[in-house]
Design a binder for this molecule. Structure first.
Ligand SMILES: [Fe+2]
Length: 302
């Protein structure tokens, strides 16, 4: 697969200081100039000031310059213009035609993961190895540190065009889809990296950060809700497509942000998507999704 992960994104917010305080409390490291780092992915979030919230740039990682050359040829076949940035030729820039979204491809290594929390010791009926001490989820202290920015959902007014650019152009693989509604595409082994959703215009539905396990999803969201109960959107639950645990929150600009864990991993050639219908794909368990998750309140704003 020619691309393997998200490098970084630019997210527009009207008030960078207010959004920055939220993302610091979310567990990202404030590196200055609007940049925030995950534990394993480094600088992955860049807040930029703009009147309207949304995604302003998407960065994706390629293993080698040869991959960029192959992608450039595929995009040329789709009549999508690209620029190779010199002198290194290790960066390719295009504008996705249906959304106007700048996409930057650069040669970057795979995610190097470190300091993952030890798996919790779990007691079950008939198999209870944890004796005389509480669960790790009770004993853990300190802020949650998201490992990486793992996926986002991009709304587009031209579903077919955006999906064609991502798949035929960039080489992302479709893991699952509801044709014409939402398609989950992956770069690398995680079930989805960029999901394409039909929308009234270019829109950002949400950005997801991977944490180590279910307790970290719960601990992270609980800490934010203690500070501001109004930032709750939907959770905790487990999605059906992709299987990931989720808890969605709202940043001060209205962008949805997800703590996620335990997403499906896929080996190429070893995956058989199910025929999903209706909203059954949304969740396996959890509270019912609120109306604003299905259609954000500013979705139809001009
Ligand atoms: Fe998600």
């Amino acid at each position: 697969m020619p691309l393997h992960r998200i490098t970084s994104v630019d997210i527009a917010v009207p008030d960078v200081a207010a959004a920055g305080a939220f993302y610091a409390a979310f567990g990202l490291a404030d590196e200055g100039d609007g940049w925030f780092a995950t534990r394993d992915g480094g600088r992955q979030l860049h807040l930029v000031e703009a009147p309207r919230r949304g995604l302003r740039r998407l960065g994706l990682a390629a293993p080698s310059p040869d991959d960029l050359d192959r992608i450039a040829a595929s995009l040329a076949a789709l009549d999508v213009e690209v620029t190779h940035e010199r002198p290194s030729d290790e960066r390719l820039v295009l504008v996705e035609p249906a959304t106007g979204l700048p996409i930057e491809l650069e040669v970057a290594p795979s995610l190097a993961v470190s300091d993952v929390l030890p798996p919790p010791v779990v007691n079950r009926p008939g198999d209870a190895p944890r004796r005389g001490r509480p669960s790790d989820g009770v004993r853990r202290a300190g802020p949650v540190r998201p490992s990486n920015l793992t996926h986002l959902v991009l709304g587009t007014p031209d579903f077919a065009t955006t999906l064609r650019v991502l798949t035929d152009g960039l080489g992302l693989e479709i893991s699952d889809q509801l044709p014409g509604v939402i398609a989950f595409t992956r770069a690398g082994e995680a079930h989805h990296t960029v999901a394409v959703q039909s929308a009234p215009g270019p829109r950002l539905h949400h950005v997801a950060y991977e944490v180590d396990d279910a307790d970290e999803v719960g601990r992270g969201a609980s800490a934010l809700l203690t500070a501001d109960p109004g930032c709750h959107v939907w959770g905790m639950g487990r999605h059906a497509i992709g299987s990931n645990l989720f808890w969605y929150l709202r940043d001060p600009a209205g962008n949805f942000v997800e703590y996620t864990a335990d997403v499906d991993r896929i080996d190429d050639g070893d995956y058989h998507p199910e025929a999903w219908q209706g909203h059954q794909f949304l969740y396996s368990w959890g509270p019912p999704p609120p109306a604003e998750f299905l259609e954000p309140s500013d979705w139809h704003d001009a």
